[in-house]
Design a protein around this ligand. Sequence first.
Ligand code: SAM
Length: 217
Amino acid sequence: MFEDNYRHRGMRNSLVRTISEKGISNEKVLAAIEKIPRHFFFENAFVEHAYQDKAFPIGHGQTISQPYTVAFQTQLLDVKKGDKVLEVGMGSGYQCCILMELGAKVYTIEYNKSLYQKTKKMLPQMGYVPLFFYGDGSKGLAKFAPFDKILVTAGAPYVPSILVNQLTIGGKLVIPVGTDQHQRMVCITKISKNDFVKKEFDYFSFVPLRGKHGWKN
Ligand code: SAM
């Protein structure tokens, strides 16, 4: 069902070169991108698009994020082997596979039911079995908190404090924050129960975060 031939691997290799030239330097992140066949997340007719550095529609008004963006967020998150990571916005599942390649135990939550069902079926067929959740990830996943890392892959209007509360001390939250069109990448490191350090990075363009702490429906 899934074919990954020398042509795909060649295209993947040049994608890795592209994102490394754009500034991604974490070797483990680059190795994960080199390893995971991004074209498995595309319909056959669109395979040619899989190894361009761009976002692509995955149906239901959602997108698989641009590879550079996936790499940028993952690099900021600084995933260590064994980290317990919450991903808000599973979408196609591509980012989830990258996190798992880095050795994370991933809890991934998706708001769109059709996407949730489709990805929950497909990832295990590729050999990736995270913990799947359907629902509003803008509230986090209190029942399974705390998390070492939380990654939000949709654009939020503000940093939900409920997510910061679900971090371990030393934990990191990476979240794009801004309007429903453009967001600035934000990385929050929790340094004690009530203190955190906030760093801001470049602008990106994500689909809107929905739910209680998102752009509603
Ligand atoms: N990580 C995804 C990937 O690798 O394909 C990126 C997916 S897309 C940029 C963002 C996803 O966030 C969409 O699938 C969308 O349905 C989902 N989403 C939006 N609001 C959400 C929420 N409150 N909780 C969980 N998922 C949400």
